[in-house]
Design a protein around this ligand. Structure first.
Ligand code: PLP
Length: 451
């Protein structure tokens, strides 16, 4: 089938052939066998709404995969991509350069925490994580500490799907099929329902979870540890909000032991908490920040690593080989992605979308906590515009309740994501108060019908 035939078929609303596409993170057989497939195919999107192939409108209360922060098909971004495709479709940044990559890096660095003035571009969050961990290894080696090779991740952390990311990640389902992975240690996750339930914002108890790093240091010795990587707010592991003082303590311990601290801000970057990065919202300075998703509003794949000046200078000041870092992707700083990033950052600024997230956060918090006291609800939690409602697992069928809530909410025109027994919310920062109310009302109604 030619490209134009495929387009004509899609426009006519016919379903495409299903067999060839091995869908990511999906039960392929169940999906492809669905009787209501057209209601699960997204035909188009605008603002906070999807339109399905069956013609239904659904509020995307997850910014799809925590990424469409400005809402869908924003004109300025669409136009920038279109124009760039006709101007310079591709040029490599391997010893050549395209101006947009430099501009995009500069634009990201300008909104980054002070002292983090350098950007290495990748194409995804997973690549950003691998890049950050390699930078950490190279940094220590340049400083004469080549034995610092171990990484520390955290239970229930999600750092993408590449080998290093899965290794430091702590979601069991993502790890168990893949054998040994890279040897890393994991900090305990921070959820403790016995001490903190229904916390509005950061839980009061739990800073002591960071002390587990001391035990890992005691076990391996700091001279063997390169980096600790954590998400400031764990997303795909079930939306876990950091307890007060926890990340501060991790920062303190990393500094004391000469370990680099990496914040994986693939979800929290670009306004999710009401500031450009969680690092600013929380006022904690990591050494490296990974980002992706919101940098281009997901319109073109892009990720990257924000690098603290002291780390960057270590590479630039070295007497090593001419190429300071033997690392890079064919598409690092791709012109289309760079154009999308510039237009996205301009959209965030023009519409004050980070400010909108901050202003909406109290109403969002109320919406999330309106579930407390409903049947099956064991926890409600939130920070900025990310939150979750956790349900008690059904006997013998963990995850079934949240999946049912997701399905019933979808039928009511709202997309929320089941993660285990939690229902996650992560709306575009451009959502308005009425749309938020619609989201919470639909999900409450969905939950009310779940046994
Ligand atoms: C915190 C975090 N890191 C890394 C990733 C991986 O990003 P990608 O799917 O773009 O590779 C994700 C994706 O959800 C994420 O949430």
């Amino acid at each position: 089938m030619s490209g134009s035939d495929a387009v004509a078929e899609a426009v006519a609303g016919a379903l495409p052939p299903l067999e060839a596409f091995w869908m990511p993170y999906t039960n392929n057989r169940a999906f492809k066998a669905r009787g209501d497939l057209a209601s699960r195919m997204i035909a188009r999107a605008e603002g906070v709404y999807y339109t399905t192939a069956s013609g239904a409108r659904v509020i995307d209360a997850m910014a799809t995969l925590w990424c469409v922060n400005a809402g869908h098909c924003r004109p300025r971004i669409v136009e920038a991509i279109r124009a760039q495709a006709g101007e310079l479709d591709f040029a490599s940044n391997f010893s050549l350069g395209n101006p947009l990559a430099f501009r995009a890096a500069d634009a990201v660095a300008r909104i980054a925490p002070p002292g983090m003035g350098h950007v290495f571009f990748t194409n995804s969050g997973s690549e950003a994580v691998d890049t950050a961990l390699k930078i950490a290894l190279g940094y220590h080696r340049l400083r004469g500490e080549a034995s610092r090779q171990r990484f520390v991740g955290r239970e229930r952390g999600y750092h993408g799907v590449n080998l290093a990311g899965v290794s430091v990640g702590g979601v069991p389902a993502n790890r168990k099929a893949f054998g040994n992975l890279i040897a890393v240690d994991h900090l305990p996750h921070t959820q403790d329902l016995a001490r903190s339930r229904h916390s509005r914002g950061r839980p009061a108890a739990g800073a002591d979870c960071a002390d587990a790093l001391e035990r890992i240091v005691a076990l391996h010795d700091a001279s063997n540890i390169a980096a600790v990587i954590v998400e400031p707010v764990a997303g795909a592991g079930g939306v876990l909000v950091p307890p007060r003082g926890y990340l501060e303590r991790l920062r303190e311990l990393c500094t004391r032991h000469g370990i680099l601290l990496v914040f994986d801000e693939v979800i929290t970057g670009f306004g999710r908490l009401g500031a450009p990065f969680a690092s600013q919202f929380l006022d904690i300075r990591p050494d490296l920040i990974t980002f992706a998703k919101g940098v281009t509003n997901a319109a073109v794949p892009m990720g990257g690593v924000l690098v603290a000046d002291h780390v960057y200078e270590t590479f630039m000041g070295g007497s090593g080989p001419v190429v300071e870092l033997f690392h890079g992707y064919t598409y690092s700083g791709h012109p289309l992605a760079s154009a999308a990033a510039l237009a996205t950052l301009a959209t965030y600024a023009e519409e004050d979308l980070f400010g909108n997230a901050a202003r909406l956060a109290p109403a969002f918090e109320d919406g999330i906590h309106s579930f407390a006291g409903m049947p099956h609800v064991v926890d409600t939690r939130n920070l900025g515009l990310i939150g979750a409602v956790e349900l008690a697992p059904r006997d013998g069928a963990p995850g079934a309740r949240a999946l049912e809530v997701h399905n019933r909410a979808w039928e009511r025109g709202v997309f929320v994501r089941p993660i285990g027994d939690a229902v996650a919310f992560c709306p575009p920062l451009s959502i308005n108060r009425d749309q938020l109310d619609t989201v919470f009302a639909a999900v409450r109604e969905a939950l009310a019908g779940v046994a």
